[in-house]
Write a protein that binds this ligand. Sequence first.
Ligand code: SF4
Length: 204
Amino acid sequence: MVSKDELLRIINRYLLRRNEVPDNVIFVTDVCRCLRRSWYERKYMFRVNVYQLEGKLAHEELQSLCRDVLGGEPEVECRMKYRGIDIIGRCDCVLDDAVIEFKTSRAPLIRENYVKQAMMYAYMLGKKHAYVVVITNNSVVLEAYEVDNNVVYELVSRAVKLHEHLVKNEVPEPEKSELCRNCPFRNICHFDGGLTKYIPRHSK
Ligand code: SF4
């Protein structure tokens, strides 16, 4: 029988990850959140947290919602090339003329980064419309958007910026927000101050 210590060691080792991909490959999720966090994920090991595990499990269930209930195509890869950078994403659900981005959350909020991510997938797949669906413990929040080219340009520019930082091996500046709360790198990022310095007072 495996010992308790050995079992703990195996589980902890399993939860450690590192995004080992070439510097010229940038994921849409990399640029929809703090670039510093995305940079850390390429350079350091990190521990998958409970929110990521929940999101992963939920997405398996939501594939069935997309395919069997909505008649869409789940988990569709999207790609584009820009200045030698491969920008890659995986869209949760593709319908005839729209994409759907599913999120699970404690809070019934549609965050700006969710909307940008959905718009980018819609753009990359040639769809005009994007839905963001947030599923919480006891509610579903849904909004519809049209692709905004300014958002696409912003994200593509961020991909270029992240690529530059990866190649130069220079950590980007912190992008302080409520998302710092669940960041697996917050202890190394805000070594000079507490988390409260990173999270706006009004955030939930
Ligand atoms: S703690 Fe905040 S600013 Fe620092 S890397 Fe994480 S998300 Fe970015």
